[in-house]
Design a protein around this ligand. Structure first.
Ligand SMILES: [Zn+2]
Length: 197
């Protein structure tokens, strides 16, 4: 299912969800995620169902290789397939690569705030530090860092943006999707893009 198909499905279901809210007056939005270190800025977003585009390119000197080639492809596909406007597309920056990192940092995203705009300059994964971990954890690190390039912080919940190597998924969960949709929410969005958890 491609991104467009997902959106059509969500919009078609939004009327039903609004009706349920009207029937149960005590129902309210509950945000399932809790970003506890959210960056002070975020990506520009046009709203109205447009893409929240993240341009990327493989690092020219340290491109993902071996297992990580698939991990980056699968991570981007998982984010693109989630019911959020996130859309990773090849177009230059941030660069994605493998390289040696300080101990304790198997993956990092370097970023800066230019005004209110989040600018991610690079995503690095250290294959050396991760060499003893199973592929599911390596995939988690890649998917996690990709979430940071969308200017997401960490979550305490069951989310790919949760830190650590225990009880973590390899791909975005509902919690991560809620993080995107609440961070970039706009009144012009389909109602179903709020989180009802
Ligand atoms: Zn992190």
């Amino acid at each position: 299912m491609n991104k467009t198909a997902v959106r059509v499905t969500i919009r078609a279901g939004s009327v039903g969800i609004l009706l349920i809210m009207a029937m149960f007056s005590g129902y309210k939005f509950a945000l399932s995620y809790n970003n506890y270190d959210t960056p002070a800025c975020k990506l520009p977003y046009g709203g109205g169902g447009s893409y929240l585009t993240v341009y990327w390119q493989d690092h020219p000197s340290y491109p993902p290789s071996g297992f990580y080639s698939s991990a980056f492809i699968n991570g981007r596909s998982a984010w693109n397939g989630a019911p959020t406007p996130v859309w990773f597309t090849n177009g230059g920056g941030p660069t994605l690569g493998l390289g040696a990192l300080p101990p304790g940092n198997p993956g990092v995203v370097s970023y800066s705030c230019v005004g209110q705009t989040f600018v991610a300059s690079a995503l690095w994964v250290d294959s050396g530090q991760l060499s003893s971990y199973p592929d599911a954890i390596k995939q988690k690190v890649v998917s996690h860092e990709l979430g940071h390039t969308v200017a997401l912080g960490h979550s305490y919940n069951y989310a790919v943006l949760k830190t650590g190597a225990t009880n973590v998924p390899s791909y975005p969960t509902t919690d991560d999707e809620c993080a995107v949709n609440t961070r970039y929410i706009s009144s012009s969005w389909p109602a179903a893009w709020y989180c009802f958890i």
